[in-house]
Design a protein around this ligand. Structure first.
Ligand code: SF4
Ligand code: SF4
Length: 149
């Protein structure tokens, strides 16, 4: 069974404060003193993972990426392959538009450039995710823009 281990990728690419506070589903950023804006890792990331692991926001307790949920191969662990895949209920626009999201770090590459540079790995994960979730639009994104497949 896959586990997070030393990975903290989701704590670095899925912000939920400041401009991304819309993603703070349970409105817990103040209660837990979280500072996690787009483009920065969460302020609770530490050398062993999460410094408040025993008592962290519900949104963090609930989250698992597809490496965990779909038991992806070890090479697709986010801290190894450099991207995280997840199924996003509702996508950007509502309940009828579920999407598969691929997140990567940094602004050096545009999402299209990232895809071109990692095409075989992304395609392999996307094919697998589409077999599990059904055909959905795929959104490849960093903190500033996205590219759809
Ligand atoms: S990105 Fe996935 S494997 Fe890594 S810490 Fe988050 S849930 Fe765990
Ligand atoms: S509170 Fe902990 S689990 Fe949640 S994003 Fe921050 S470091 Fe990750």
């Amino acid at each position: 069974m896959n586990s997070c281990g030393e990975c903290t990728f989701c704590c670095e690419v899925l912000p939920f404060t400041h401009e991304a506070s819309w993603a703070d589903t349970y409105n817990e950023r103040y209660k837990y003193d979280i500072i996690y804006p787009p483009g920065r890792a969460c302020n609770k990331v530490c050398s062993t993972g999460c410094s408040i692991h025993e008592n962290k926001p519900k949104i963090c307790k609930e989250f698992n990426c597809d490496y965990i949920l779909l038991e992806l191969e070890e090479k697709f662990k986010p801290n190894k392959c450099g991207f995280l895949c997840r199924f996003r209920k509702g996508g950007f626009t509502g309940e009828d538009s579920d999407e598969i999201w691929i997140h990567f770090k940094g602004k050096e590459k545009t999402p299209k450039e990232f895809y071109d540079a990692n095409k075989s790995a992304v395609d392999e994960v996307v094919d697998f995710a589409r077999q599990k979730y059904g055909w959905h639009l795929v959104r490849i994104q960093n903190e500033i823009e996205s590219y759809t497949l």
